[in-house]
Design a protein around this ligand. Structure first.
Ligand code: SF4
Length: 337
């Protein structure tokens, strides 16, 4: 395997890594396939990306944590003799690794620890995050879209879970206040007409079980059925599954970005956050729903663990009927009346 001249260090959240794929494509077009340092969970998503030569996993909160982990990683990177490093994540850890690895050209966004870079470029304050990250390569918005490439084996694993048309639901989020509370009711309604698949990781299994349980009593040989895929697939297989869905209904969380990268139509439910933060759906026709009239929205950049006001109106007032209307508008649901 020939060496890569360009390194990207992106160890932020999973969604951020997915939204970094346009930057990877732009850099690969200029310099050839890049190496990427990323988290162990995100690594397999990038391993099959055409712009990526090699993924270097870095478990910053686990086995590689602390300065010892930074030094070990820097030593490993130094041996690769990269000519340049792109640093889309503005953290001291990222800046320190690239500096200690003695990478001669270190390019990141202005602010924070940018005095440790050799070149700081301004990060656009507006626009979609995928385009703002792409600006690090001096590339115009939209030139490279987010993209993921599950393998044929990933596609087969996804196909083994469900046949025919289905609507995917992604009820999870690390931040409790971002979880829409009516997925079970939505699934019960949808399953009268079409199959429903709940997607998510091992932490979402209970959400998935509750949703599938809500569907079972309403089955009568008509309509679809519900499958809980949470925790049953790898992340790349989950991306493949989302790619097969007629539409994904999701909170403001990582599955939204997986769907964007797979080209799946999206109905996104925004509560404590808003699309203006840059993490909404990207493609024309996708829908983002939120309760616009609430004075308290948005209440935090990521979404607090719980509603600080206790009422959680931002998502409780987003009705099942509104979500179903959005799904119908996308042409993903034909109700038998
Ligand atoms: S404070 Fe408002 S925006 Fe924040 S979680 Fe509560 S209801 Fe939602």
């Amino acid at each position: 395997m020939s060496k890569a001249s360009t390194l990207v260090i992106q160890t932020a959240f999973l969604g951020d890594v997915v939204l970094t794929t346009p930057l990877l494509s732009a850099l690969a077009a200029d310099h050839g396939p890049v190496d990427v340092v990323t988290t162990p969970i995100a690594g397999p998503l990038l391993e099959t990306h055409p712009a990526v030569r090699r993924v270097i996993p870095y478990d910053k909160r686990g086995s590689d944590r602390g300065w010892a982990g930074i030094r070990i990683l820097a030593r490993q990177l130094k041996a690769e003799q990269y000519q340049r490093a792109y640093l889309p994540h503005r953290s001291l850890r990222t800046a320190a690794v690239a500096l200690l690895a003695r990478i001669p050209s270190r390019i990141g966004f202005s602010g924070g620890w940018s005095f440790l870079y050799t070149e700081a470029r301004p990060k656009p304050s507006v626009g979609h995050e995928s385009d703002r990250l792409l600006a690090l390569a001096n590339e115009a918005p939209g030139v490279y879209p987010p993209q993921l490439r599950p393998t044929a084996a990933d596609e087969q694993a996804a196909a083994a879970l469900i046949e025919g048309a289905f609507i995917a639901l992604a009820p999870g989020s690390i931040w409790g206040s971002k979880r829409w509370p009516y997925y079970a009711e939505l699934a019960a309604e949808l399953a009268e007409h079409v199959a429903v698949v709940v997607v998510g990781g091992p932490d979402d299994v209970e959400f998935g079980d509750a949703i599938v349980q809500a569907v079972r009593p309403s089955r009568g040989g008509e309509g679809g059925h519900a499958v809980n895929a949470c925790g049953r697939l790898t992340l790349r297989q989950s991306a493949a599954l989302i790619g097969k869905a007629a539409v994904l209904v999701t909170n403001d969380s990582a599955p939204l970005h997986l769907a964007t990268a797979m080209g799946t139509p999206i109905v996104a439910l925004f509560g404590p956050t808003v699309t203006e933060f840059g993490f909404g759906p990207l493609h024309a026709g996708d829908v983002a729903l939120g309760v616009d009239a609430l004075q308290c929205r948005p209440c935090s950049a990521h979404g607090p663990p719980e509603c600080p006001l206790g009422h959680h109106r931002c998502l409780r007032e987003l009705t099942v009927a509104a979500v179903i209307a959005a799904i119908e508008e996308l042409g993903a649901l034909r109700r038998r009346r």
